[in-house]
Design a protein around this ligand. Structure first.
Ligand code: 3H9
Length: 696
């Protein structure tokens, strides 16, 4: 027997107990242990109980084994072997029975769960489909339509719903092994025989083609959910043995695809990104009460995130009216959560009465553990605020700025305690967006950095370390690829082509739709701010300024790149903007060239990758994976490409460098190849090699 599966004979029932922490992933040792356990049980028991030790039933196949040669027994073969056992096989579920874990349960003959258990087939979230019978057995149990919904969303199904649907047979409170054992004994005593799901009739056919088409549409280029529908179709067309073969083929095709590599990269690195070697053993400071400076959209969002995570929050505004308005924004967001059933009315009342206050005096911050300043983006304003904070806050309090591009070193230097100062860059809306850039300034103390990450975890955000530079990791890279987009527009593409090409690539919105949503005045202000120090060789598009001069700032004014009609979702292309663009082209003597969607995607991505490589080379991001997670969680980068640098690795870095060098022939100021990219190509290495600790 392997250590990963403990075997115990208890009367008539052989218990196979998983012991592979933390999540009992179905790696080789677990599969081998289950097979050996079934074989041994068949010689000495009347029934088998499969149960997870520790926190959970099996949470799926071992994702770390993907891409390596498979070792027998394979999971699909093991599931078939379990299903065909002449003994009665029972599974008892707790924690999360996911992916291969649920597939093992579906190959057992009876299933019981504790009330808190959850089941699901989340393989599509890894760019895969259930490959150990899930697409064949689940539809036999619950019908094709419901199985497709569960498989294509990858959602976790609570035990009560699983019981209603017929995925499990019983729910019982108690210790999972005890309830499983009692259930198995009851079944033996009642003389029940094995009941293989694979022996149930095929699910009735539905309109699989329509389901496939709508999955393709919803997936924005992702192939796994739609492919899973074809696998369920096979369940309704063929017998179980043939269906399993077809499922296996489709699984292997997806496993070899760049999309699953991208999504598996995202899975591991969204966990790895917040683990910083230098913070090992560094204790974060105690954080219970927070101050937030500013009750605008950002301040209110940060406040809501903190309140929902259980912190006490004091919001400070410049006067009583502004404080009241800020409090109104906070209560508005929270009431929205109550309406959607995400927050109970009692909890809402308790938060507003006991944990939140909005005031107009900094003195109210004398006892808070951390202050987040979310005021106007101007150095003078920030310095004045930090001087006040320095005056009122207790020793040991952390002073954080939510600036999105200003120099945190300069802000820190304006206080008497720079080691307590840090940047915490939230993304709007701050109670929704997952990304938090933790901006570490030169003097920031390690325990202040650790506290930034602890706060990120408590707020359930993906926290990424960034060094100090204009725009930090995300906004600096954004500025570059946005500039590249503007250049393409000046040279002949329309903003609407750009948006269509990038949504084809997988972004939820194109760059100009985003600009309209964020407000064109933001870019206008930035252009004005940077104008005095701008290099004369820089190409700057000014057509959008003309739109702003006319008071049109995008969605909020009803007009920008698109025209928005009240009550209608989305906008229609604004011909006025095209006229401004054409005028600017004529003034500059530019003859419009044709850009295909592929041309647009390639240039846009090359600009993103080149700047990202510079950000890594300068140490602003410590690792390529840090950049990937910033773009994924803050900028809508499609998860199935894993992030821009994972995408670049999969495309081939030599081709990307060659394209950048070719673009440089048109504009050698904008297209300066990153030294890191050149070194990687020369060494034949990838960004992922750097993630693994290699250097160039
Ligand atoms: C599959 O089953 C394919 C089959 O259909 C066919 C095969 C032929 N493997 O998330 P956490 C690690 S595909 C390896 O922080 P939580 C994770 O990296 C699989 N490792 O805990 C982390 O490591 P570290 C389908 C795994 O309590 C540690 O465990 N299943 C796996 O917040 C703790 O994880 C899934 O997609 C794995 N399968 O959440 C489920 N799972 O500490 C994926 C986790 O070094 N897993 N690890 O950073 C999850 O959704 C969550 O981990 C889970 C626990 C909900 C289980």
């Amino acid at each position: 027997m392997s250590d990963a599966i403990e075997y115990e004979l208890n009367g008539d029932v052989a218990i196979l107990r998983a012991n592979n922490p933390p999540v009992n992933a179905l790696g080789y040792a677990v599969r081998a242990g289950l097979l050996a356990g079934i074989e041994r049980a068949e010689a000495e028991a009347k029934a088998v109980l499969i149960v997870g030790g520790g926190q959970t039933f099996f949470a799926g196949a071992d994702i770390k084994e993907f891409g390596k040669p498979f070792k027998d027994p394979s999971l699909p073969d093991l599931c078939t072997r379990i299903e065909q056992s002449p003994l009665l096989v029972v599974s008892a579920l707790h924690g999360t029975a996911l992916g291969g874990g649920l597939e093992v349960a579906l190959s057992t003959h009876y299933r019981i769960a504790v009330p808190s258990a959850k089941v699901g087939l989340p393989e599509v979230l890894l760019g895969l489909l259930p490959g150990a019978g899930g697409t064949q057995r689940l539809p036999r149990l619950i019908g094709a339509e419901k199985a497709i919904e569960i498989i294509t969303t990858g959602r976790q199904v609570a035990a009560a719903e699983a019981l209603d649907l017929g995925i499990i047979d019983e729910i019982e409170d108690g210790k999972v092994e005890d309830i499983g054992l009692a259930y198995a004994q009851r079944l033996v005593d009642a003389g029940k025989s094995p009941r293989p799901v694979g022996g149930l009739p095929r699910p009735a056919a539905i309109d699989f083609d329509s389901a496939y088409d709508s999955a393709m549409k919803r997936g924005r280029g992702q192939i796994a959910p739609a492919t899973a529908i074809r696998a369920v179709e096979a369940a309704s067309n063929t017998d179980i043995a043939e269906g399993l073969l077809q499922e296996r083929d489709m699984f292997m095709t997806l496993l070899a695809s760049p999309q699953s590599k991208g999504m598996i990269h995202a899975f591991f690195n969204e966990r790895a990104v917040s683990k910083l070697p230098e913070l090992k053993g560094v204790e974060p400071r105690d954080l219970k009460s927070l101050g937030v400076i500013g009750g605008g959209t950002m301040g209110a969002g940060i406040t809501v995130a903190a309140l929902l995570a259980g912190y006490d929050v004091t919001m400070i505004e410049r006067d009583g009216d502004a404080a009241e308005a800020g409090a109104g924004r906070v209560s508005g967001i929270l009431q929205g959560s109550v309406k959607r059933g995400k927050l109970s009315p009692d909890k809402y009342d308790a938060i507003m009465a006991d944990h939140f206050r909005a005031l107009d005096s900094y003195d109210a911050l004398s006892d808070v553990d951390l202050v987040i300043e979310a005021a106007f983006e101007e150095m003078g304003v920030k310095k004045a605020i930090f001087a006040e904070l320095d005056r009122v806050c207790k020793q040991g309090a952390i002073l954080a700025s939510n600036t999105s591009y200003l120099d945190v070193n300069e802000i820190a230097a304006s206080t008497s305690r720079p080691s307590d100062v840090i940047g915490l860059h939230f993304f709007s809306p701050a109670h929704v967006m997952k990304l938090l850039e933790v901006v570490v300034a030169d003097a920031t103390a390690p325990d202040v950095v650790a506290s930034g990450f602890a706060l990120g975890k408590a707020l359930r955000k993906i926290a990424v370390r960034s060094g100090v530079c204009d725009g930090f990791i995300g906004n600096r890279i954004l500025k570059t690829y946005r500039t590249c987009a503007d250049h393409m527009v000046m040279d002949g593409a329309s903003p609407f082509d750009l948006d269509a090409a990038m949504t084809d690539f997988g972004f939820a919105m194109g760059p100009y739709e985003v600009a309209d949503l964020a407000g064109l005045d933001i870019g206008w202000a930035t252009r004005k701010r940077l104008a005095p120090t701008r290099d004369p060789r820089e190409r700057v598009a000014t057509y959008a300024d003309k739109m702003c001069e006319g008071g049109n700032f995008g969605q909020k004014t009803g007009k920008g790149y698109y025209v928005y009609e009240k009550g209608k979702r989305g906008g229609t292309p604004n011909p006025e903007m095209m006229a401004f663009i054409e005028t600017e082209r004529a003034e500059l003597g530019i003859t419009a060239q044709h850009f295909t969607h592929a041309d647009i995607q390639r240039r846009y991505m090359c600009a993103m990758v080149n700047e990202a490589a510079k950000v890594v080379d300068e140490g602003i991001a410590r690792r390529p994976l840090d950049v990937d997670m910033v773009l994924l969680f803050g900028y809508g980068f499609p998860r199935h490409w894993g992030g821009p640098l994972k995408w670049a690795d999969m495309q081939g870095l030599d081709g990307i460098l060659a394209d950048i060098q070719a673009y440089a022939k048109e504009d050698d100021f904008f297209w300066q190849p990153s030294g890191l990219l050149e070194r990687l190509v020369a060494a034949g290495k990838t960004f992922d090699d750097l993630n693994k600790g290699e250097t160039v």
